[in-house]
Every structure is written in structure tokens, then in C-alpha cells.
Design a protein around this ligand. Structure first.
Ligand SMILES: [Zn+2]
Length: 69
């Protein structure tokens, strides 16, 4: 964690093209930014990096043992 222990709400990434918060939140109560480096929301950060869900699936599966040819 950061040394700056702010308990404040996380800053989300604001997708300007879709006009939405990247992790799917709605409303104006959430803090958001267009600058990726300023994002602190874990979900938004993960989404910015790519698709963690897909990577997790690949990493969790050592070999496709049930492949039917
Ligand atoms: Zn978020």
C-alpha cells in the first residue's frame, strides 16, 4: 500500500469516449479522472492494464487436459 493512507474514496478512470467510469460505476458521487496515473480504484487499474480475468484463466490452467480433438 501507499504511505499516504487516505481513507478517501478511490479515484476511478473516466472513459471519455464512453462517458462512463471504467469499472462500471454510475453517478457523479464517484471521484474520477481522465489521467490513468491518478487512478486508485483497483478495478479501474486492472481494466486499464488489460483483461485480468482472461489472464487469470490462462494462468490458473497449466494445461488444457480436456481438449477434444
Ligand atoms: Zn473504478
Amino acid at each position: 500500500m501507499d504511505t499516504q493512507s487516505t481513507v478517501a474514496a478511490p479515484i476511478h478512470y473516466y472513459d471519455t469516449s464512453h462517458r462512463t467510469i471504467l469499472c462500471g460505476l454510475h453517478g457523479f458521487a464517484h471521484r474520477s479522472t481522465k489521467h490513468a496515473r491518478a487512478v486508485t480504484c483497483p478495478s479501474c487499474v486492472a481494466l486499464l492494464k488489460g483483461e485480468p480475468a482472461e489472464e487469470h484463466l490462462l494462468a490458473g490452467e497449466p494445461s488444457a487436459g480436456a481438449v477434444v480433438h
